[in-house]
Design a binder for this molecule. Sequence first.
Ligand code: B1M
Length: 221
Amino acid sequence: MNEFVEQLAICVERGKVNKDAPYPPDLKGQDGADELAKKALDQGLKPDTILDGCILGMDRIGTKFSENKAFVPELLMAAKAMTAAMQHLKPYFQSGEVKRKGTFVIGTVAGDLHDIGKNLVAMVAEGGGFEVIDLGNDVSTDKFLAAIKEHPGCIVGMSALLTTTMVNMEGTIKAIKEQYPDTMVIIGGAPVTQSFADKIGADGYSPDPQGAVALLNKKVA
Ligand code: B1M
């Protein structure tokens, strides 16, 4: 693996945001995710490869968390580090911007604070030519409905990272379909599957941002 990518994975896993960050103490004074992502881009590494490094770091801290070897503050620092790296990647994911193909309203479902994957989907959709209305995380059914009212004809995307919050998608989809039956709703997030999407009446599921944009393109074709 490329040296920058491995270092970046370590920074995300350890929550090392940037060079000035005092946390974690043993990495004090060293480059963080912020500097490493920039250097990797300057070296000509592909944004996708750099993103893979960040996701690897996240996977490692996630595994430690599930083994009770890491705790919520460490997850938060990892998320902060990954966000710092993603700021550098954002323009590349958005650079495919052409004429707007349609409006994509996206949010993380009610009760769920995870937003990194949702942000990636938003970036790639924007790069794919869609106007993106990002409702943030912990988005209530009412907030989704208000956004659809404000953006007639939009496509809706929902993300969930918890088995306890993915179930909230069902009620939101039901309410959307009752009031706006023609609205296409696509869903994703680590615990979500195609069979779950079929079961709750979603129009589409994708395990990754590229697949989500393919679904959007299919709808507007
Ligand atoms: Co939490 N967390 N977390 N967490 N967290 C997970 C998800 C967990 C798997 C960790 C673990 O146990 N191994 C576990 C969930 C278990 C479960 O339900 N099965 C968990 C838990 C339990 C919790 C808390 C309950 C912990 C606690 O408080 N005791 C708590 C819940 C808070 C809440 O939401 N109410 C919690 C909190 C947090 C933080 C706030 C500390 C932080 C989030 C910060 C943030 O997002 N700003 C956090 C983090 C960072 C994680 C892990 C480590 C990383 C998640 C992530 O960002 N991954 C995660 C473990 C892991 O995933 N390894 C974990 C990277 C991201 C790029 O991937 O979001 O999957 P992902 O997105 C992917 C795809 O899924 C897809 O595209 C993306 C790119 O490929 N995708 C879509 C996503 N949305 C899509 C939508 C689409 C299409 C594709 O169409 C619309």
